[in-house]
Design a binder for this molecule. Structure first.
Ligand code: NAD
Length: 495
């Protein structure tokens, strides 16, 4: 009996491997289009609207030179605008040697759907510069970034009401501050100049909580998923995040914050971290703060003492775990390894980490995937708050905070007066007074707005997933919700 079931399993695996080998991997943009097509096949869109939504409106390619180290260095950059159904368009700027037009267009399309899903009033855009930032010093990076920003700004591809970039892989607050300053120098009378880019440092027009936002959003997304026992059961899991074994790929901005919050605040155990130079494995759980600062000092995980180092990091994607969080690159779970993924569920912190072919295999294995379009939307959500803050020229909470505290003080004073009458048995507990009196500052408001957005978007996706028999996965549900919203917007314009 045992031998028979072993043989059946072997035959099934062989058959699956043969089928996978006969498939060809799609490019990133083709993967996004295939996932889009899967969703629109279940929708009833007006004739021609499907095509209008799918196509990328434009991609601008720029080649520019910067004089450095005694010669002219030529760089290639892109800015894709996928959809202008709402403006400005929003989407990050990536610095990486792998940047290309296909990638920029795929990421711009994802931005359109992401913004629609989390109800930020933007079209989708994305850009990138083909560069390895590690090869240049700070001064050189500033000159390259300013020149790239100049090329984009003079074509309104950086503009507070047309196109608003943000950080992505290889860029952060520093680059966004340079871009904002470059735009302001070119538009000296634009009072809204600061709103031309988000992800700036707080002292340069940024907002509290933007750096952590995407990782924080991953935490809120998982918390919401675990509030629905029926959904958790789809992953053959139960209970809460407490004690769940997590594998994270990429301990950069997104991966680091997600891993830190999940382990420090929700009791999850990060059993492996995969980086560009190998993986760290520790079944008792890694100290994310310590690993993060090691990476900052040494540029990778090699040499970190309190864990086993595995040279071929990609193999660790196949480690058995409850939650796999790919938070680095696209296409890392593909036809070559999807069959061997041993996670109960996946949350896509990176954009496009699962190819269309791998998605199909994982669906056939009933591995729930919380899709990128939703999972990593924390960044654009808080970018939206920053953009609103820049346009309103006032920090969130500035008008209300002390008034809120004064009203709370009235209640606390009254409770204390009553407790004086009622005697020692009736008194306010522990730190209640301190916590209750504290009015919400910008960071609290940003986190509250982000949490609300992540909960609301999950519930919209879930409603479609659970209420329709023909929708069997969260990704298709996410696309349907997003496409419906984009379609309504085009229809309202009379298109
Ligand atoms: P980042 O540059 O801060 O971090 C990327 C990390 O991945 C780095 O630590 C890098 O060393 C690591 N890495 C590179 N190659 C790797 C490999 N082969 N194997 C394992 N690790 C590798 O970038 P980020 O901002 O954290 O972005 C990561 C992903 O999240 C990207 O797909 C990005 O588009 C997406 N994203 C980012 C944001 C944001 O706010 N930064 C928002 C939404 C989505």
């Amino acid at each position: 009996m045992l031998l028979l079931s072993w043989l059946q399993n072997l035959a099934a695996n062989l058959w699956r491997s043969l089928m996978n080998a006969s498939r060809t991997e799609t490019t990133f943009r083709e993967s996004v289009d295939l996932m889009f097509n899967r969703a629109v096949a279940l929708m009833d869109l007006a004739p021609g609207l499907e095509d209008k939504i799918r196509v990328c409106n434009s991609t601008y390619t720029v080649r520019f030179g910067v004089k450095m180290r005694g010669s002219i260095h030529t760089f290639t950059g892109y800015r894709s605008v996928h959809s202008e159904h709402l403006e400005p368009c929003k989407g990050g700027i990536r610095y990486s040697l792998s940047v290309n037009q296909d990638e920029a267009e795929a990421l711009a399309a994802l931005m359109t759907y992401k913004c629609a899903l989390v109800e930020t009033p933007f079209g989708g855009s994305k850009g990138g510069l083909r560069i390895d930032p590690r090869e240049y010093d700070v001064d050189e990076m500033e000159r390259i970034t300013r020149r790239f920003a100049y090329e984009l700004a003079k074509r309104d591809l950086i503009h507070p009401s047309q196109n608003v970039p943000a950080p992505d892989m290889g860029t952060g607050e520093r680059e966004m501050a340079w871009i904002a300053d470059q735009y302001a120098r070119m538009n000296t009378t634009d009072i809204n100049a600061r709103a031309c880019v988000t992800g700036k440092p707080p002292h340069a027009g940024g907002i509290q909580g933007r750096v952590e936002a995407t990782g924080r959003g991953i935490q809120y997304a998982l918390q919401e998923f675990f509030r629905h026992p029926e959904d958790v059961a789809e992953a053959r899991l139960s209970g809460t995040l407490d004690g769940k074994r997590v594998v994270v790929q990429g301990l950069g901005n997104v991966g680091f914050h997600a891993a830190k919050f999940l382990s420090e605040e929700d009791g999850a155990i990060v059993v492996a971290v995969i980086e560009h130079d190998g993986a760290l494995v520790c079944d008792d759980g890694l100290d994310i703060e310590a690993v993060g600062s090691w990476i900052k000092r040494h540029g990778g995980v090699t040499g970190y003492a309190d864990a086993i180092h595995v040279k071929d990091g990609s193999k660790v994607l196949e480690k058995e775990c409850d939650i796999l969080i790919p938070a680095a690159l696209e296409g890392v779970i593909n036809l070559s390894n999807a069959d061997r993924i041993n996670a109960a569920m996946i949350i896509e912190a990176a954009n496009g980490p699962v190819t269309a072919g791998a998605d199909e295999i994982l669906r056939s294995k009933s591995v729930p995937i919380i899709p990128d379009m939703y999972a990593n939307a924390g960044g654009v959500t808080v970018s939206y708050f920053e953009w609103v803050k820049n346009l309103s020229h006032i920090r969130f909470g500035r008008m209300q905070r002390r008034q809120e505290e004064a009203r709370h003080m009235l209640i606390v004073n009254e409770l204390e007066r009553l407790s004086d009458h009622l005697g020692d048995d009736w008194s306010l507990r522990g730190d209640f007074k301190e916590k209750y009196l504290r009015g919400a500052g910008e960071l609290e408001l940003v986190r509250s707005g982000l949490d609300d957005t992540m909960r609301g978007a999950y519930q919209a996706m879930r409603e479609t997933w659970r209420s329709r028999n023909d929708v069997t996965d969260l990704r298709t549900a996410a696309y349907i919700v997003a496409i419906e919203r984009v379609a309504s917007s085009y229809e309202a314009k009379g298109l």
